[in-house]
Ligand binder design. Structure first.
Ligand code: ADP
Length: 449
């Protein structure tokens, strides 16, 4: 087992990793920018190192500073959390060259899945069902028109290096195609430094369903069921649930086993998520994330398995702690992402939290690094915490969520808490009857009122 882990992240996920390390008796090193010196992950870590000024590229994305921090503190492993360097193959390679363990998959697997065209080709070869579309990169309008005629309109142009919903454009007909192609291309270049794009059929009413997998790197892998992340705004997840209200046990085990079998073939190491769109009983692969996800907590709630503990165990060579037969799903869990944003305009709302009271009680978990008097810096993602609620049934879970939201006090800034109260009052949400476009329509209708 490792003796000291450096956590190359900030906010709630840095705290999440720190907790797993503490329970394993591993010493922790926090890194932070000058804007984060008062952050909770810095306060709770055994040691901390300032790695640069506020902009992420100068601190949390600064590989040399992070490696130097490992050497100064003698950390033998790095947990990257999510975002930042968590899917950066170069970072994994550099750590390896320095004899420091990257808690995650191999650099080759990160590369394989980081390029979405390659990821889709790999998925096809592993027997994972994919969204119909172009066979690789789309170079010009002529080719795009051909692909669109085969799949049918509307089509979606996507960046092969895409992430966070950027570099995606829909074309509803041939007239819109040239513009969509050039906009997607320039957005991709501006955001990811790579203008390669590909095409998919644009699905009208799908749900976003993703499978959590875990592999030991030796050819053993399990799945831990699915998460339904269909409630999205601008392709960003807002509310997630496990299990999905739309799958039954057989469907769950079938798609789960397809993913686990693929990971066995790949000899995948660590935690990963295989993302699908699900429409009319069919699954279509869209991408794989080779890291821990924000919403891993709901899987933890229904399986009782600590996924970060498992990641650390695997990275240290201890293998998987469970077989597929050991994994059972209990009850229902929902996660609400609490963002420091105006709940109507979604404009970020950094500033000082003047009063803070998180909810508690049976089945309620709050993962957050904030506290009363904490000043949210304006430089980073607006996610300030996650409320995770577990119940024996979906109905119990929703009743508990309503109660927990009522208890939650965050004063001094705007948060998305009121949005979740609105969602809970909606019959479609109560019935679990929603797709990936539902939330945008709901918000648009609310704005008109
Ligand atoms: P990113 O890496 O930017 O998050 P994804 O490929 O994971 O990109 O897609 C993000 C979201 O965009 C999905 O959850 C879904 O809401 C939407 N999306 C992606 N592909 C399609 C598609 N073919 N049809 C309809 N919506 C899609």
């Amino acid at each position: 087992m490792f003796s000291k882990v450096l956590i190359a992240n900030r906010g709630e996920i840095a705290l999440r990793v720190l907790r797993a390390c503490k329970e394993l008796g591993i010493k922790t090193v926090a890194v932070h920018s000058t804007a984060d010196q008062d952050a909770m992950h810095v306060r709770l870590a055994d040691e901390s190192v300032c790695i640069g000024p506020p902009p992420s590229r100068d601190s949390y994305l600064n590989i040399h500073q992070i490696v130097a921090a490992c050497e100064i503190t003698g950390a033998d492993a790095v947990h990257p959390g999510y975002g930042f360097l968590s899917e950066n193959a170069k970072f994994a390679d550099i750590l390896d060259a320095h004899g420091i363990t990257f808690i995650g998959p191999t650099a080759d697997h990160i590369r394989l899945m980081g390029d979405k065209i390659t990821a889709k080709k790999t998925a096809v070869s592993l027997g994972i069902p994919c969204v119909p579309g172009s066979d690789g990169e789309v170079f010009d309008v002529e080719q795009a028109v051909k692909v669109a005629e085969e799949t049918g309109y509307p089509v979606l142009i996507k960046a092969t290096s895409g992430g966070g919903g950027k570099g995606m454009k829909v074309a509803y007909n041939a007239e819109e195609l040239p513009q969509a192609l050039s906009t997607a291309r320039s957005e991709a270049l501006a955001n990811f430094g790579n203008d390669a794009v590909y095409m998919e059929k644009y699905l009208g009413r799908p749900r976003h369903i993703e499978i959590q997998i875990m592999g030991d790197g030796e050819g053993n892998a399990v799945h831990l069921g699915e998460r339904d992340c269909s409630l999205q705004r601008r392709h960003q997840k807002v509310w997630e649930e496990a299990n999905s209200p739309s799958l039954n046990e057989n469907q769950r085990m079938e798609i789960g086993e397809i993913c686990a079998a693929a990971m066995r073939k790949l000899k995948y190491r660590g935690a990963g998520t295989v993302e699908f769109l699900y429409e009319n009983g069919e699954f279509f692969f869209i991408e794989m994330n080779t890291r821990l996800q924000v919403e891993h907590t709901i899987t933890e709630a229904i399986t009782g398995i600590d996924l970060v503990n498992e990641q650390i165990r695997i990275a240290s060579g201890g293998g998987l702690s469970m077989t597929q037969e050991d994994i059972r799903f209990h009850g229902h869990a929902i996660e609400c992402r609490i963002n420091a944003e105006d709940p109507v305009s979604f404009i970020p709302s950094p500033g000082t939290i003047t009063h803070y009271h998180p909810p508690g009680g049976l089945g309620v978990r709050v993962d957050s690094g904030v506290y009363q008097g904490y000043k949210i810096p304006p430089f980073y993602d607006s996610l300030i915490g996650k409320l995770i609620v577990h119940g024996r049934t979906r109905v119990e879970c929703m009743m508990r969520l309503r109660r927990a939201l009522d208890e939650f006090v965050v004063d001094g800034i705007n948060t998305t808490i009121p949005l979740f109260r609105d969602l809970l009052a909606n019959p479609d949400i109560a019935n679990g009857d929603y797709d990936i476009h539902w939330l945008e329509k709901f918000l648009a209708a609310k704005a008109k009122k």
